[in-house]
Structure formats: C-alpha cells, structure tokens
Design a protein around this ligand. Structure first.
Ligand code: HEM
Ligand code: HEM
Length: 396
C-alpha cells in the first residue's frame, strides 16, 4: 500500500532518475567488488596477520573488507605537514605531495602582503592629499628671481628619467600581477585582463633591465653628493622646514630627505632587482640562504626574529621567500616614491624644473640648497680669480 502511494507521487522524470541512480549504484558496486577481489589477490596482509592497525576503530579503519573504507588520518596528517616519501623518477621533489611551507607562503602572499601594501599606498596618497589641502604648494618665499642656474646636466636628467620611467612601468605591471585578479577582472572581464596581464608580464620582465641600468647610472653620478653630513641632522631636526613658513635649513646639493630617497632607491632597488632576478630564473640562486647565513655570521639572527627555520633553504622555499620579499620591498618603495613624485612636481614650486629643463631659479636654489649655491659661487669666484677676471654671474 505504502509503496503504491509513493509510486503514485513520483512523476515520470523522477522515476527515470531513480532508475539511473539504481543502475549507477549497481555498476559501482560491481566495480568495487571486482577491484576488491583484485586487491585481495595482489596485496596480502603480512603473514603475521598484523594489518598495521592495532585497533581499527581508533586508527581510522572502518571495519569490513571493501577497498576505500580506510581513512588513514595519520598518513594524511603526515602528508599535509610536508613529509616526503620515495619516488623512483629522477625528480625526488615529487616525493612530497604537499609542501607545508607553501601554506604559510599562501597565507602571507595572498593575505598580509596585498592588504598592508594597499593600506600603505592608499595611506600615503591620503596623507599627501591632506598635506596639500592644509599647507598647499610650497612656494618660493621671495618669488622667482628670474635668474637660473644649472642643477642637472642633460645626461643626469636622462639617467633620472630612465630610472623613473622604468620604475613606474615596473610598479604598474607588478601591481597588476598582485592586485589585477581582484581589482581589474571584475571590471573588464577575464579575456581583456588576460591580454593586459600577458603584455604586463613581458614589460615587467624586460623593463627590469632598464631599471637596473638606471640604478647603476644614478649611483655613480650622485652617490658622492649623498654621503650624510652634519647639516643633515639640523635639516632633519627642523623637519626640512616644510611645516614652518620661511624656515629653510641649510642643505648642500641634496638635502637629508633627498639623501634618504636616494639610498632607499639604491638599496631597495638592488634588493628588488636581486629578488626579481631570482624569480626570473627560478632555482638558479640561493640568495635567501646566503643572506640569512651572512646575517647570522655577523650576530644578527634574522631567521629567528622572523620565526623562520635556520638556513639553508630548499629551492622551493627560496622562491617563496624571494617572491614575498620582492612584493614587500616593491610595495614599500612604491609608497616612498609616491611622496617623492608629489614633492618633485605638484608639492613644491620650481622643483620640477631641476629634472625638466635642468635649470632652477636662483631664489629656489638659495632657499632649498643654500650651501650648494655657496659652493657654486665659491667655485665661480675661484675660477674668476684664476683667470684674472671678475666673478662670473650665474647663467640666465
Ligand atoms: C615620475 C615622476 C617623478 C618626478 C616628477 C620626479 C622628480 C624629481 C625631481 C624634480 C628631482 C630633483 C630634485 C632636486 O632638485 O634635487 C628628482 C630627483 C630624484 N629622483 Fe625623481 N621624480 C620622479 C620619479 C622618480 C622615480 C620613480 C625614482 C626612483 C625610482 C626617482 C628617483 C630620484 C632620485 C634618486 C633623485 C635624487 C634624489 C632626490 O632628489 O630625492 N624619481 N626627481
Ligand atoms: C629590477 C628588476 C626586477 C625584476 C627582474 C623583476 C621581476 C619580477 C618577476 C619575475 C616577478 C614575478 C612575476 C610572476 O609572478 O609572474 C615579479 C613580480 C612583481 N614585481 Fe618585479 N621585478 C623587478 C623590479 C620590480 C620593481 C621595481 C617593482 C615595483 C616597484 C616590482 C614589483 C613587482 C610586484 C608588485 C610583483 C608581484 C609580486 C607578487 O605577486 O608577489 N618589480 N617581478
């Protein structure tokens, strides 16, 4: 009676599905029985009768004879924690099914790095916007003198723009690698993004060499001018005079703020270049092992501070550490350089000319680099004295 009522209720389609399910179940049961028979013929329990599971219910083995009824949680726990087994193929790395450190890498690379990176970059933009709203553009106090002096030669400017241009391209294409999936794909879709990402990757790979060349160039041209001096301390203590009108702490060719930007660009640049190189040519370097060992040798236990195991690191761990370092350092540099771009363009009247035409207004130079102007005037005087003439006036 009951089954009659049930049969009445189910529609024709449901009956068909029921039939398909029964058929599928029958086929699967038959296959399981056949393979179980196979398995029993080829894999036999040890003669002692010890199956390895002293108490089947505790060790996760479901009682019964069917294959697939074993839930070996200990085994999978070991696999998950990175235990490696033996494989007969040449690549012994394949013996490790789950690389444990990869889980940590994924958490940091997909979590903390993009999150704090976005906060840093957006935070800097907001700070600069607030600064601009409150203080406005830093003007030349006495107004332009109308007389200019040469600050950077054409070659120096070319070197700067090669470094700057390549950095901007690397930053944009790098940010695309890091944030593109979550920010750009929802807006333009997968296909358009795929094209952008592919071209971005080519640009990132090749423009990297221009950036490295730019770094070498600016290092050799400006390193001597960026050696810290006593006047830098005064400059820093007075906050560069940025917050108080008409206060201009003396500075030579580069002030303390610029020296900080310079050395961050050099050391940060070398650091992203090395880690980027390691990413470009995987498994050919041991930079992280090398760096950590040097640090430990000089008494700085950086791995312990960061909660990392002691070196040496495997090739895969090297790659993972390089990638995180590359992303962290490049996000940090991008944040710093945004402030540099602001002060070198919108933020300060007359600053851009230094890298535009190479000629800066004399009053601007006297306010921001008074010691440098004095040095130039002294050189001109000495030159004039040597040639028996009067002091040469700066070029107009
Ligand atoms: C894209 C927009 C940029 C603008 C408008 C800009 C502007 C300037 C200006 C005007 C100066 C000369 C400051 C002075 O008179 O001493 C300068 C110097 C410098 N720039 Fe840039 N820059 C830009 C991008 C970059 C980038 C991306 C980098 C590096 C990755 C960079 C690195 C430097 C360095 C190291 C100096 C010398 C030290 C200093 O003045 O801070 N610049 N820049
Ligand atoms: C100077 C030499 C550089 C080289 C050789 C280099 C190389 C690389 C390589 C091979 C990748 C991996 C790309 C991938 O996953 O397919 C990468 C990623 C990246 N690069 Fe660079 N790069 C360099 C400089 C820079 C600079 C200057 C910046 C930014 C200011 C930058 C920002 C990034 C970012 C944000 C990523 C994404 C990182 C991630 O997904 O974890 N790179 N770079």
């Amino acid at each position: 009676m009951r089954s009659d009522r049930l049969a009445d209720r189910i529609s024709g389609a449901a009956r068909l599905m029921f039939a398909v399910c029964v058929l599928t179940f029958t086929i699967m049961a038959t296959m399981a029985a056949v393979s179980s028979a196979d398995a029993q013929s080829s894999v036999r329990p040890p003669a002692s009768g010890d199956t390895g599971f002293s108490d089947p219910s505790v060790a996760g083995q479901v009682p019964g004879n069917a294959l697939g009824a074993t839930s070996d949680s200990e085994l999978w726990r070991a696999v998950k924690s990175g235990t490696a087994g033996n494989v007969s193929i040449p690549d012994k790395n394949a013996g490790m099914l789950v690389q444990y450190e990869g889980q940590i890498w994924r958490e940091i690379h997909n979590g903390m790095v993009p999150l704090y990176g976005a906060w840093a970059i957006l935070g800097m933009i907001v700070l600069l916007a607030i600064f601009f709203a409150l203080i406005g553009r830093l003007r030349i106090d006495d107004g332009p003198a109308g007389i200019t002096i040469t600050r950077f030669s054409a070659l120096e400017r070319a070197g700067h723009w090669m470094t700057a241009g390549s950095f901007v391209l690397l930053a944009l294409t790098g940010l695309n690698i890091l944030y593109g999936r979550s920010v750009i794909i929802p807006v333009i879709g997968l296909d358009a993004y795929a094209a952008i990402a592919q071209w971005g990757k080519y640009i990132h790979n090749y423009v990297a060499f221009a950036f490295i060349a730019g770094l070498i160039f600016i290092f050799f041209h400006w390193a001597l001018h960026n050696i810290p001096s006593r006047s830098d301390i005064v400059w820093l203590l007075k906050g560069g005079g940025i917050f108080v009108k008409s206060v201009h702490p003396p500075a030579r060719k580069f002030n303390a703020g610029q020296k900080i930007v310079f050395w961050l660009t050099i050391f940060g640049g070398i650091s992203v270049a090395l880690s980027g190189w390691a990413l470009l040519f995987p498994f050919t370097t041991s930079l992280m092992t090398w760096f950590m060992e040097i640090m430990q040798t000089v008494g700085l236990d950086v791995p312990a501070w960061l909660g990392l195991p002691d070196p040496p690191y495997s090739g895969v761990v090297e790659q993972q550490m390089n990638q995180i370092w590359h992303a962290v350092m490049s996000l940090f540099l991008t944040t710093v350089i945004i402030a540099h771009i602001y002060i070198g363009s919108l933020g300060m009247e007359g600053a851009f000319d230094a890298m535009g035409s190479g000629e800066v207004d004399l009053n601007w130079a006297r306010e921001h680099h008074s010691l440098w102007v004095e040095e130039l005037e002294q050189e001109l005087d000495e030159d004039a004295a040597k040639h028996g003439g009067s002091s040469v006036q700066p070029a107009e």
